[in-house]
Design a binder for this molecule. Sequence first.
Ligand code: NAP
Length: 534
Amino acid sequence: MHYANDLDVEYILHSSILYRDDNNNAIAAAYTAAMGEAMTDKTKAQWQTMADKLKIEARAFINGHYVDAHDGATRTCYNPATGTKLADVANCGIDDADRAVQGARDAFESGIWSKRSPDARRAVMVRWAQLLEDNADELALLETLDVGKPIRDTTGSDVPGAIRTIRWSGEAIDKIYEQVAPTSHDTIGLVTRIPLGVVAAIVPWNFPLSTTAWKLGPALASGNSVILKPASNTPLTAIRIAGLAKEAGLPDGVLQVLPGPGSSMGAHLATHMDIDGLTFTGSTPIGKKLLEYSGQSNLKRVFNELGGKSPNIVFADADLEKAAEAAAMACFYNGGQTCTAGTRLIVEESIHDRFVDMVIEAAKAWQPGDIMDPATAMGPMIDQGQYDTVKDYIAIGDSEGCTRYGGDSNIFPESGGLFLEPVIFTGVDNSMRIAQEEVFGPVLAVIPFKTKEEAINIANDSIYGLGGAIWSRDISNALSVAEEIRVGTLGVNNYFGGDITVPFGGFKQSGNGRDKSIHAFDDYTELKTTWIEL
Ligand code: NAP
């Protein structure tokens, strides 16, 4: 794999297809080219050869060593694009969790990492980032096979994004100053930040490596010991990067990786009396449970990054060509299995029919295909459960009286994978279930509006508040609407904008934590006041 420069990586990482080249051609229809051709110089056949030779580490990582689960239990991981077995992965239980917590606590109390100078921690994190980069092809391939993500996405976004996050977090830690309060002349008020201690990080299957890096970067750089529980479906990159962290010089016990069931082992971590912080990315129902677990146990700090039903508002004066390409990308990228997916397309009535036609056309770029082919834009659903859920929602949309475009589920049957094609519903009212509930599949609900106020009301009429966008050439109009929309990340004339320098998280039932940027460090540190009388 070769990387574009930082700017390009940042662009591709969270950027939109909205960028235009010198000839003012949308390169994004072209997201394909940007994500695939620009970021991987290997062909499908070369990726396949590499996959055939891949040796997968499938054990847990506890106290600096790869180990089997205490009771020898395993869980089989499958490639969702083919249904073939990838590995029997250690399925850790309560005993393993307790051993990992004890090791993490011992490492923390020893000060071997927590009291190491910020500069020394920076050096290890940066070395780790370099090792991730040296092994980028392998990580991209693992993530592609484990999650069913097209290789162009993992080479173009997930892996370079994770590397950038670890490097950025490491580089930040020796540049964050603490504070002296403005007190009277005979006192000194020191305001310092100290690591929480032992932190559990529980992450989902849709962006396993990205969300892992968003947690591990600031948590480890701050001096905590971390126990990472990957999603049961997708543990492989988490396991692999732990060994690279050790190689970079991270002391034993500071990072533990425990693949295992969320409902038992994950819940055990969340109720553990010796874990100080819990950082979570996943669904809103599980996020609510974690807050309860915290209250039932030791009031550990809980930071949640949860679900979404994000509004994408298009005014009649927008650059409609650009907005239509972005609307398709916003909903269908990663097969719609994206927390910030722009699943509610809120369109000004006067352009509704013309714009829907343009989005239907743009959706053709998001047909599912072979994930090992760098030209493929969309992979399969992660598993049978998710596939069935999405099909149920398509039936619900039909039964709610909406008009449907697309949705043939008999796609690519020879692959053995669970593929769905993009679905666009029109005639949607925001009160319908397909407009209110997170589908987590390639299903777009188009909702018309007449006035700006109506657009704002529709956008905010949701239990979620994660992402969204506004499209208008009138910047005053766009910004006045932006001010009213209650979401954590909002694009103006772009979708999925942002990079590591800005925080990412939700309002309302989309969560309370913030990943990325310097603000992420707030979730992994306690503020401490030391008051000195002279
Ligand atoms: P999920 O079912 O909530 O699972 C997330 C993680 O929690 C998995 O590791 C899971 O383990 C674990 N878990 C399940 N039950 C648990 C319990 N009782 N106690 C402790 N841990 C438990 O979510 P998902 O289906 O993997 O991911 C999709 C969801 O994540 C969507 O709602 C999406 O919007 C959200 N998401 C949010 C963001 C964001 O930044 N806001 C980013 C990505 C995804 P198992 O795998 O073993 O069940």
